[in-house]
Design a protein around this ligand. Structure first.
Ligand code: NAD
Ligand code: IPM
Ligand code: MN
Length: 355
């Protein structure tokens, strides 16, 4: 029996509701599987924690997380603490310090969900988005001067390194080769308007592509690419994008796959030098927090991605299968047009795990 130590940061808002739900599913799957066990340590780091302690996590927070096999996170950010304070105090330093440079976000229409795209089914909406997760537009470099005066200025630098761009592109091509439904990598660019970083990204993309002659590649300006998500989702195998473009595209991807309430994500350090982190694409949803109506599927599926990462692809398959069976049986939360609450949806998944 293998044991894996998981650091749990439920965070804020609906994170507090969907993380316990997902843990129930993970524990049941571990029992059924029989080959592994998860041991959890919970950390209360959040906006509540900030209001009490003046920081989102203790000074040695990252050091505390480092020895874990994985981090399972809900969502960070809540009214009362400015978003840039909460996110740069917890989520973004974890992604960065632990070199989780891949943000892998499947865009997959599950059976039992109707896409808002008319006449599109699960065969046509099934691709992977690889978001660069450590640099780009999220550089934490810049400044503000002359606050509150007519001369006020604000600058945010965008940083692309050859090392950072090459490694994410190689990851995307390898993924397309190994797991893409279609062996094609599509890159998001904006080289018509952003005249230093994006032409650089495009050049490196073409260079890297020559090393994968068996994988097709193409490139679209991100605005046109967003439209293509809607008009021709079946075109995509793997979409690779910079940090901000990937952020925006994956909320759109979640929408075409039915709801942000079902979209999972993995922040990966592929080398395994540091722990990887698993969390939904969505945030803390303050508008519905505390009401028991949040869709737990994104968190549950993120947990399944964690099990896949830890070496149990069959456990991942079991969970996704149970989610689909629950949906096919008509059990859906409000974001999917149903009436089930978080607890009922979770129970429906648990009931269908045995196959
Ligand atoms: P959000 O994803 O929290 O919510 C957007 C909309 O989707 C809301 O209407 C919400 O009710 C709905 N929604 C989200 N998850 C849902 C679920 N599981 N079930 C049903 N409906 C769901 O995005 P936002 O409103 O822009 O952000 C809220 C807060 O969360 C902000 O503080 C933001 O910075 C933070 N945030 C954190 C993360 C993260 O921790 N990874 C991600 C995104 C946003
Ligand atoms: C996400 C979120 C975060 C991001 C925010 C909360 C900083 O939107 O995980 O998609 O932009 O990466
Ligand atoms: Mn986002």
């Amino acid at each position: 029996m293998r044991e894996h130590a998981v650091a749990v940061v439920a965070g804020d808002g609906i994170g507090l509701e969907v993380v316990p739900a997902a843990r129930q599913v993970l524990d049941r799957v571990a029992e059924i599987h029989g080959g592994f066990r998860l041991t959890y340590r919970e950390f209360p780091w959040s906006c509540r924690y900030y209001l009490e302690h003046g920081a989102m996590m203790p000074e040695d927070g990252l050091e505390t997380l480092r020895p874990f096999d994985a981090i399972f996170l809900g969502a960070v950010g809540f009214p009362g603490v400015p978003d840039h304070v909460s996110l740069w105090g917890l989520l973004l330093p974890i992604r960065r310090e632990f070199r989780q440079y891949v943000n892998l976000r499947p865009i997959k229409l599950l059976r039992g969900i109707a896409s808002p795209l008319r006449d599109r089914g699960p065969e046509e909406i099934d691709f992977l988005c690889v978001r660069e997760n450590n640099e780009g537009e999220y550089s934490n470099m810049g400044g503000r001067l002359y606050r509150g005066t007519p001369q006020e200025l604000a600058v945010q630098n965008t940083v692309f390194t050859r090392f950072g761009v090459e490694r994410i592109l190689h990851y995307a091509f390898r993924l397309a080769r190994e797991r893409g439904r279609i062996k094609r990598v599509t890159a998001a660019t904006k080289s018509n308007g952003i005249n230093y970083t994006m032409p650089f990204w495009d050049e490196v993309f073409e260079e890297v592509a020559t090393q994968y002659p068996d994988v097709e590649h193409d490139r679209f300006h991100v605005d046109a690419l967003a439209a293509r998500f809607v008009t021709d989702p079946a075109h995509f195998g793997v979409v690779v994008a910079s940090n901000l473009f990937g952020d925006i595209l994956t909320d759109l991807g979640a929408a075409i796959a039915g709801s942000i309430g079902v979209a999972p994500s993995a922040n990966l350090n592929p080398e395994g030098t540091y722990p990887s982190m698993f969390e939904p694409v969505h945030g803390s949803a303050p508008d519905i927090a505390g009401r028991g109506v949040a869709n737990p599927i994104a968190q549950v599926w993120s947990g399944a991605m964690m099990l896949d990462h830890l070496g149990y692809p069959e456990a991942h398959g079991l969970i996704v299968g149970a989610i689909e069976r629950a949906l096919l049986d008509g059990i859906r939360t409000r974001d999917l047009g149903g009436a089930a609450g978080t607890v009922e949806m979770t129970q429906a998944i648990l009931d269908r795990l045995e196959g």
